[in-house]
Design a protein around this ligand. Structure first.
Ligand SMILES: [Zn+2]
Ligand SMILES: [Zn+2]
Length: 348
């Protein structure tokens, strides 16, 4: 999409009353006519259509865009904001794979019996994997993502060789696409992932998540996909006994665990935002337990940062069971993964 506002042109004039309207304004200062009234009509129509097809994410995206075009102190803004909050919670209640999965499930349970259910489950899993694979490939069509990614591969290649460089960058990429998928689900606009050699990758949000819950879901979706990537690499390692896969899996698990440190802009901080003080102490307890069991040194960092966030941090008022469950599950599984011993993973 290309921005249609051309720089340097004269200030537009209100078609209703003829007053000059400065480019940044959302409503005419004299008659209060909405500047983006045509675009708002379009977005409302798009939202209505999405609602008809039951696509809550698309409806959410349209209303969020409308929100950006409405002056904040108006009734319309409040109405749309309420709808956005409603839809976001509705999306949260949907299973991750969406409508298609539940339809398949229902059809099978209705008449086909146990084998049918099994087949449907397999088909569901296949559709699930293919949808994720499609999304993963879709991310590569962005030139900025692909270019910065190749640059990263090049830099790591010179240090660790090409096999490890490719696997390492692919692990980071899958983690980032977890965030992308969650953002799409909540209809939040964001940039494509950008890689920075030696640092990792990032996505910049163009719209703010509505609340702590959305922030936590989007933040923890990265490490959740990261677990998937590390698990797949471990599986290949055990099947092939090729040390390189063990090394890729190990570093993937480590990086995702590092991202759970609840400080700064890290994913763990987003997850912690949704937790009450009590829930934060529970998370700290789980981190402590994981440390006792695995003696993974990185967990000390999580423990200290987590305790600080529980003690002084700006905790949520409303508890979020899903965020706590996701965070503690991630800590547990990633700590265990870093303990899997990898043999012959030296540089190849
Ligand atoms: Zn006017
Ligand atoms: Zn992340």
């Amino acid at each position: 999409m290309i921005d249609t506002v051309s720089a340097g042109s004269a200030p537009p004039v209100c078609p209703e009353c003829g007053a000059q309207v400065a480019p940044a304004l959302l409503a005419c200062p004299s008659c209060h006519r909405l500047v983006h009234v045509d675009e708002l009509k379009h977005l409302a129509a798009a939202a209505a259509q999405a609602k008809q097809t039951g696509d809550a994410s698309a409806e959410l995206a349209a209303w969020r865009q409308a929100l950006d075009l409405l002056p904040p102190d108006t009734t319309q803004h409040r109405t749309v904001a309420t709808r956005v909050a409603e839809l976001s919670r509705a999306v949260d209640r949907q299973p991750a794979a969406g409508k298609q999965g539940s339809r398949l499930g229902k059809g099978a349970a209705g008449g086909l019996g146990a084998i049918g259910v099994l087949l449907a489950k397999f088909k569901f899993a296949l559709v699930f994997v293919l949808t994720k694979a499609k999304l993963l490939l879709l991310g590569l069509t962005k030139a900025s993502t692909l270019f910065s990614m190749l640059l990263s591969v090049g830099v790591y290649w010179t240090i660790w060789g090409w096999k490890f460089a490719l696997g390492f960058v692919a692990s980071i990429y899958i983690h980032e696409m977890g965030h992308v998928q969650a953002l799409t689900r909540y209809g939040i606009k964001a940039t494509a992932p950008m890689f920075i050699p030696g640092v990792g990758a990032f996505i910049r949000l163009k719209q703010y998540p509505t609340d702590r819950r959305e922030d936590a879901r989007v933040g923890l979706a990265g490490p959740i996909w990261g677990v998937g990537a590390a698990a797949a690499a471990y599986a290949i390692y055990f099947a092939s006994r090729a040390g390189i896969w063990g090394a890729i899996a190990h570093v993937g698990a480590f990086i995702n665990l590092f991202n759970l440190v609840p400080v700064w802009q890290l994913d763990g901080a987003r997850g912690f935002r949704a937790l009450t003080r009590k829930q934060r102490w529970i998370a700290v307890g789980v981190i402590g337990l994981a440390w006792l069991l695995t003696s993974e040194g990185l967990l000390v960092l999580l423990l200290v940062a987590g305790a600080a966030a529980a003690w002084f941090g700006d905790a949520a008022q409303e508890s979020d069971g899903t965020a706590l469950l996701q965070y503690t599950w991630l800590v547990a599984i990633l700590s265990l993964m870093t303990r899997i011993s990898v043999v012959g993973a030296a540089r190849q």
